[in-house]
Design a protein around this ligand. Structure first.
Ligand SMILES: Cc1cc2nc3c(=O)[nH]c(=O)nc-3n(C[C@H](O)[C@H](O)[C@H](O)COP(=O)(O)O)c2cc1C
Length: 204
């Protein structure tokens, strides 16, 4: 079985969080869909709530503290991402955006990213199209065609059935197919030597 790394980013603030609930549903569905294609997904969840202070510090100082750095490295090394934000004031939350503001601008290039959002009202479902999609398009991610939106009315006693279930499974299947057909992500070391010592000595 192929092994691939999936990082799930959840920007919910409540505890318990409907954003995290959607993130968990998506990663479970992604794991099932990938397994059917012969891929085992190693899942790491990044809760932005726990990194909120580090993200602000990074914006102010330009340096990431260890927990944030670890999350940034996990994202960079991931074969795919699932990102879920609550809708705040008709857009992604500030915390969600700030995490990507302090991430290396090339970290998501050609990386499959599944977009999802939770909100109080279905009236704001186009946030996925007018806010999230342009952001990840700018970051040059390989955006999964189906994105997932869950309003309060979509949750019944913490379970997802009906249209939301179908959308989760469709998005997860698209993500799994994208991961399966790609080579594993390669992280390039910016300090790696690009020439060998023999060649360098010849030029002395
Ligand atoms: C500051 C704030 C602004 C919000 N703005 C909107 C909004 O514009 N549209 C909407 O549908 N829901 C809005 N909501 C509701 C949240 O999107 C919704 O409750 C979300 O699922 C919360 O996620 P969580 O449970 O993971 O924290 C807002 C909530 C807060 C706290």
């Amino acid at each position: 079985m192929k092994q691939r790394k999936l990082v799930v980013i959840s920007a919910g603030l409540s505890q318990p969080s409907s954003t995290r609930l959607l993130a968990d549903q998506l990663s479970a569905a992604g794991g099932r869909a990938a397994a059917q294609l012969g891929v085992h997904l190693d899942v790491q969840v990044v809760e932005l709530r726990d990194l909120a202070h580090d993200i602000t510090d990074n914006m102010l100082t330009g340096y990431a503290k260890p927990a944030l750095k670890q999350a940034q490295e996990a994202v960079t090394a991931a074969d795919a991402l699932i990102t879920v934000t609550p809708v705040f004031s008709a857009s992604y939350s500030g915390l969600f955006k700030s995490f990507f503001d302090v991430l290396d601008k090339d970290a998501l290039v050609d990386k499959p990213v599944l977009l999802a959002a939770t909100a109080g009202t279905a009236r704001h479902s186009l946030v996925l199209e007018h806010a999230l999609r342009p952001l990840f398009s700018y970051l040059r991610a390989a955006i999964i065609p189906t994105s997932v939106f869950a309003a309060s009315d979509d949750w019944g006693a913490n379970s997802v059935e009906g249209p939301l279930r179908g959308r989760i499974d469709r998005a997860a299947a698209e993500l799994a197919r994208e991961v399966e057909r790609r080579e594993p992500a390669v992280v390039t070391d910016p300090f790696a030597l690009t020439a060998n010592f023999e060649d360098m000595l010849k030029n002395l």
